[in-house]
Design a protein around this ligand. Structure first.
Ligand code: ASP
Length: 590
């Protein structure tokens, strides 16, 4: 006697089950009507099983099966039998169910796109019908991966005596550098909560409370312009430790990342992850998250290129060359396309100089007017370009040019397919600057956040040369993606208040915003530090994909909208009144 909806799931039955009476439930994937026989594939999240209906054996049941539409929810009871033509691609492909009873549990409208691995639905449509999109294997596998990543994270950290503590979502602003999402308070008219950009201040308070190893897999909210790898709400593995130095944190969380790679992907790493200083990363790769799966490092060409009459280089603070291996055969059209690419507003270069090291030993450049073959040969020697290579050169202000070249380096690597997704190259980027000068506001901003500790050796520069103070801050980059970052914190209220000073807060402002933290530091704050990993990003990296969206069950589109529930939306006047709010849309003034 079969009780309940199902005896097995649709990914479970094998040859060993032949002869067993079973009951399966699931969605109709598709049918294959051969006249005398009708085959229906039934699907659930575990797999697909073939149901067989035979006109000779049971004509009315076979006819009933012909009426099943795609995505109907059904129950099928019957006996497991060996299949005559086996499907080796499907784990249940050796068997089928000879159905004796068929129940439609719920009919379904025809879905607006096919529920197949390669669907015909466009992204917007799939976002709108996310509940259907989630039935597809690619998304299902991503959610399963995410689940496993979460589980292994909790396992590893719990084993290391970390405890997971929840922190509030309705808080006051946390300064992580983005805009806050705000929530009006009904009980406190005219006042607003901010949703946390991260639990930063709370995890530091937990250290003061004595919970020396904290973590939380937690939602964070940042009102930023969106890109493929950003969402207004995203998830972090947020961590903090007390009585530690930078090295303790690095080793503990390198351990976490290694554990995830081992347990989820069966990938081992030899030795410690490499490290690079921020300053060196910028000088060699023009990026604070260098992709080191390939070389194409920067060469400083100032000495070889300046004072030869070419004004553009003469006026430049830096002239940087990179070598694209084997690209001397680039056509005029390809080089023009590259020049256009660097001139796009997102990159913002004025132009691109190239040198072809031809196979026949000659050199050809876009600046032949100013440089002799011998000059160009020296550039080749300096950059390591050999016959067949192409040297690409950008020049201008130091920081800007480095960033532009950093982008071009990645662009070329993509073009030349040097970013092998099967290779995994983690890199710790260390010693970030404490502050970053913002031209627009004319003042310093915290590069990480205002709670980050300056390096002890640089304390004396806080007054004389704040722009050159380094922080005890570190990021972990993997394959050119920043997956995490953190710092040793300030745990002394005097230094913390000096930091707020530097950031342009008056004493009163600092007190109003962060008085609670500085006050807590007066009650026995241990030395502490931490890190947070972008969980969605880690999942997409493990899944070998660029977009984090497909690793979030219900994501927003790049206008920050949830297409399915159609949010954000207006609220009615009664609700506004309750909140003591009146809405007036003010046109943006610039
Ligand atoms: N709160 C920081 C962030 O969200 C991470 C940290 O410093 O631990 O980037």
């Amino acid at each position: 006697m079969i009780t309940g909806y199902r005896t097995h799931n649709n990914g479970e039955l094998r040859m060993a089950h032949i002869g067993t009476e079973v009951s399966l439930v699931g969605w109709v994937q598709n049918s294959n009507d051969l006249g005398g026989m009708n085959f229906v594939n039934i699907r659930d999240r575990y797999g697909i099983t073939q149901l067989a209906f035979n006109m000779d054996a049971n004509a009315s049941l076979c006819e009933a099966s012909r009426k099943l539409g795609r995505e109907f929810v059904i129950q099928a009871k019957g006996k497991v039998a060996e299949r005559s033509s086996k499907n080796k691609k499907n784990p249940t492909g050796d068997i089928e169910i000879i159905v004796s009873e068929l129940n439609i549990l719920k009919e379904a409208k025809l879905p607006p796109f096919t529920i197949e691995d390669d669907t015909d639905g466009g992204e917007e449509l799939r976002m709108q019908y996310r509940f259907l999109d989630l039935r597809r294997n690619p998304l299902k596998n991503n959610l399963l991966l995410r689940h496993q990543m979460g589980l292994e994270t909790r396992k590893y950290l719990s084993d290391q005596s970390f405890i997971e503590v929840e922190t509030p979502y309705l808080i006051k602003s946390t300064p992580e550098g983005a805009r806050d999402f705000v929530v009006p308070s009904r009980m406190n008219p005219g006042e607003f909560y901010a949703l946390p950009q991260s639990p930063q201040t709370f995890k530091q308070l937990l250290m003061v409370s004595g919970y020396d190893r904290y973590f939380q897999i937690v939602k964070c909210f940042r009102d930023e312009d969106l890109r493929a790898d950003r969402q207004p709400e995203f998830t972090q593995i947020d961590c903090e430790m007390a009585f530690v130095e930078q090295e303790d944190i690095i080793m503990t969380f390198e351990g976490l990342i290694k554990h995830l790679f081992k347990s989820v992907m069966n990938v081992d790493f030899d030795g410690d992850f490499p490290r690079i200083d921020y300053a060196e990363a910028m000088a060699r790769y023009g990026s604070d998250k260098p992709d080191i799966r390939f070389g194409m490092e920067f060469n400083n060409l100032n000495a070889l290129t300046q004072n030869k009459g070419f004004q553009v280089f003469d006026n430049a603070e830096i002239v940087i060359g990179i070598v694209a291996k084997g690209c001397a055969n680039y056509s005029r059209k390809q080089l023009d396309a590259l020049t256009e690419w660097v001139k796009r507003p997102q990159i913002g270069a004025q132009g691109l100089v190239y040198v072809k090291a031809n196979e026949d030993g000659t050199y050809k450049s876009s600046v032949d007017k100013f440089y002799s073959e011998d000059d160009l040969k020296e550039w080749a020697n300096q950059t390591g370009a050999v016959a067949g290579d192409l040297i690409l050169v950008l020049s201008g202000a130091l920081e800007k040019t480095r960033k532009q070249m950093g982008e071009l380096r990645i662009h070329m690597a993509n073009e030349l397919e040097l970013r092998d997704p099967k290779v995994i190259k983690p890199l710790w980027v260390m010693d970030f600057p404490l502050l970053e000068f913002d031209e627009e506001s004319g003042r310093y901003h915290a590069m990480h956040h205002p709670f980050t500790s300056p390096k002890k050796e640089d304390f004396d520069k806080l007054d004389s040369d704040p722009g050159n103070v380094r922080a005890n801050a570190y990021d972990l980059a993997i394959n050119g993606v920043e997956v995490g970052g953190g710092s040793i914190r300030i745990h002394d209220s005097a230094i913390q208040s000096r930091m707020f000073d530097l950031l342009g807060f008056t004493k009163e402002e600092a007190q109003a915003q962060f008085g609670f933290l500085m006050n807590a530091f007066e009650y026995g704050a241990p030395p502490h530090g931490g890190i947070a990993f972008g969980f969605d990003r880690l999942c997409s990296l493990f899944g070998g994909q660029d977009s984090i969206r497909d690793f979030i069950a219900f994501p927003k589109n790049n206008r920050g909208r949830d297409m399915m529930i159609d949010a954000p939306a207006t609220i009615d006047t009664a609700q506004l009144k309750e909140l003591s709010l009146d809405v007036k849309i003010v046109a943006e003034t610039k």
